[in-house]
Ligand binder design. Structure first.
Ligand code: HEC
Length: 617
């Protein structure tokens, strides 16, 4: 409705902008249409006030409405229409009147998902541009149709108008497509979300209609170039364009009222997904051989196409197309891997120490018999039955999506039974977080004391702690704001390191967080710096973070030496662990100046990857 309103209001104003020499000023029409738009706005306000009444349970209250974001946008919109109307009436200034009208039209974008969910000026700008352009274009096309009926006698004049409109429409359409792609990248966010959510399907449907509209527009452009065109062809293409545009309009408002795909749960409808890199990692030789066959077929097809003579045109194409289809039939399955309805489901739990530890507690009774106490696939049951229980300490665990693992834990995989009856859904997610930390932990062997630039890959394990003012806070709340220097102490003598650091920490570029046993807190005096000292009840934080202790010098495959006296982690601004120091490997710990230089070197990096996919926030 809001869209249609912009269109109505836009038509006469646009007419004056685009065809200043046109005979009729269409003053009267502008008043009628703007009046109608105002009426629609007021009706919408009443409707909203009414639905607020149902929410709050009090009498309908328009003032309450104006305290909400949507209400303010509506008020702004109605105000702009009114202003444009008054300007037109009293000063006759078509330019300012049209400018205020555009403002009113852009308001329809302000109530959309992208804008109301974010405060980024970039998204607001893109959304307003897209909606405004779409309305202007619709207004222009409607206007052309209307004038075609009006000026049968002045057909040559009309032709000039169409040429004028067409000149503006091409760059406008390109900008609309560009802003549309940007908007979709925010509301949809991923290819799976586009393919497997109602929002994504609607968007695809809308795009199909947009393509059809473009075909009509192209025909009209072609008609302009011809010298002898009849009015019936142009009428046909113009009316087709308008009907299709109306369909786009309806789909766009439907989209605006649907849940954006990026926030929806994806239920994957296919039994496979296309991921060349993962398929190759899982079966390197097989994928390579298939791809070679596919390439061979394609090349043969191309050669035959060149060699066969021109006279055999049908045969050439037939041979070539069969080669293309056959090579796709080989290449696509070889680069796909199995997928499940839950494949793209996000974990409802964050990757935090409490969850990792909860998963660890469940692992022993439910999984260790097959996968072994340390996850190496060497449990007694697996050995007895000669079954190959997967080695969960290998990198392949973190290649799977969380949703894939959830499916296997629920319904089983190969000889592994499903745990739908034995374990709560939440427990299965705890187990998955534990597996992720376990697998990442083995990869963490490659961490050193020097951060590799532009390569964040190891997500920090989040945890909650109590601050001095007794409020609770999570480490992830600093994400995007500043880096963290995390020190975990398991041996009392290492407290000296902290005592040495604390006096010099003023102005340090990262937040210092020190995790110690509760009884040691009183032994540390913070001084003037804003370090956070966390009392680690039940040693949960130290336990979960100890997954990340492994190094090439001390890989500890048998899991015998979990409690390193002191480990320090450099966590970048976006929540990734970038460097690590163990007290036994680097006994002379880094000075404040050395640490500072390291944090400063990372401060130039922007966000390369989001840790949020592991944290669900
Ligand atoms: C009865 C023995 C058994 C038990 C109990 C068991 N698994 Fe498995 N698991 C297997 C076998 C066998 C495979 C290999 C299946 C295949 O690929 O055919 C496997 C595979 C897996 C995989 C896939 C690994 C990969 O990267 O391919 C995961 C994840 C997994 N198990 C997790 C668990 C968890 C978590 C538990 C405890 C809740 C558990 N399993 C309990 C036998 C078992």
């Amino acid at each position: 409705m809001a869209f249609a309103f912009g269109l109505l209001a836009g038509a006469p104003a646009l007419e004056r902008l685009l065809y200043p020499k046109a005979l009729s000023a269409a003053h009267g029409l502008a008043f009628k249409l703007s009046g109608l738009a105002l009426l629609v706005s007021v009706l919408r306000m009443l409707d909203m006030a009414w639905s607020l009444k149902d929410l709050t349970g009090s009498a309908p209250d328009v003032f309450l409405l104006f305290q909400t974001y949507a209400g303010q946008v509506l008020l702004l919109q109605a105000g702009s229409v009114l202003l444009s109307l008054l300007l037109l009436h009293f000063s006759g200034s078509t330019f300012w009147s049209a400018a205020w009208l555009s403002a009113a039209m852009a308001c329809t974008a302000l109530a959309g998902h992208v804008v109301s969910a974010s405060e980024s000026w970039r998204q607001i700008l893109v959304s307003c541009t897209h909606v405004l352009l779409a309305q202007l274009w619709l207004a222009g096309v409607f206007n052309l149709m209307w004038r075609l009926g009006q000026s049968q006698k002045l057909f040559a004049v009309w032709r000039g108008q169409l040429a004028r409109f067409s000149k503006w429409a091409l760059p406008g359409m390109l900008l609309m497509l560009l802003t549309g792609v940007l908007l979709s990248s925010w509301t949809v966010a991923s290819w799976p979300a586009l393919l497997a959510t109602p929002y994504g399907w609607l968007l695809i449907f809308k795009l199909l209609f947009v393509c059809a509209v473009l075909v009509c527009a192209w025909q009209l452009r072609g008609w302009l170039k011809k010298t002898a065109g009849t009015s019936s062809t142009v009428r046909y293409w113009l009316s087709s364009e308008i009907s299709l545009a109306l369909a786009v309009l309806i789909l766009a408002s439907w989209l605006a009222a649907s849940m954006p795909a990026a926030h929806d749960t994806i239920v994957w409808p296919f039994g496979f997904r296309w991921t060349p890199v993962l398929a190759w990692r899982q079966d390197q030789a097989g994928t390579e051989i298939s791809l070679m066959w596919a390439a061979g077929l394609l090349i043969t097809g191309a050669l035959l196409f060149v060699l066969l003579r021109k006279r055999q045109a049908v045969w050439r194409w037939l041979v070539f197309m069969s080669a293309v289809i056959a090579s796709l039939a080989i290449a696509l399955p070889a680069t796909s891997i199995p997928a499940y309805p839950t494949t793209y489901m996000h974990s409802p739990l964050r990757l935090d120490t409490a969850s990792v530890v909860a998963g660890e507690a469940l692992y022993k009774p439910y999984c260790a018999d097959c996968h072994g106490l340390n996850g190496q696939g060497d449990g007694p049951v697996a050995k007895l039955n000669a079954m190959q229980a997967a080695n969960l300490t290998e990198p392949h665990v973190s290649w799977h999506t969380h949703g894939d693992m959830f499916w296997w834990l629920t319904y089983g995989r190969g000889k592994m039974p499903g745990f739908a009856a034995a374990l709560l859904e939440e427990d299965r997610w705890h187990l998955i977080n534990h597996l992720i930390a376990l697998s990442f932990g083995y990869e963490a062997r490659s961490l050193t004391g020097i951060p590799a630039p532009f390569n964040p890959w190891l997500p920090a394990l989040d945890f909650r702690f109590k601050m001095d003012n007794n409020r609770f806070m999570s480490m992830s709340e600093w994400r995007g704001l500043h880096a963290v220097h995390l020190i975990i102490i398991n041996q009392k003598t290492e407290l000296q390191r902290v005592r040495d650091l604390l006096p010099d920490m003023k102005g340090f570029p990262a937040q210092l967080v020190i995790v110690v046993k509760p009884e040691w807190v009183k032994d540390l005096v913070k001084g003037p710096c804003e370090a956070i000292i966390v009392a680690d009840e039940n040693a949960d934080i130290a336990r979960a973070w100890s997954y990340y202790r492994r190094s090439f010098a001390a890989p500890d495959f048998l899991n015998e030496d979990r409690w390193v006296a002191r480990t320090e982690f450099l966590i970048d601004r976006y929540g990734f662990v970038r460097a690590r120091w163990r007290s036994d490997e680097a006994p002379s710990a880094l000075s404040v100046a050395e640490l500072k230089a390291m944090y400063d070197s990372l401060s130039l990096e922007g966000e390369i990857k989001s840790a949020a996919i592991h944290q669900h926030d």
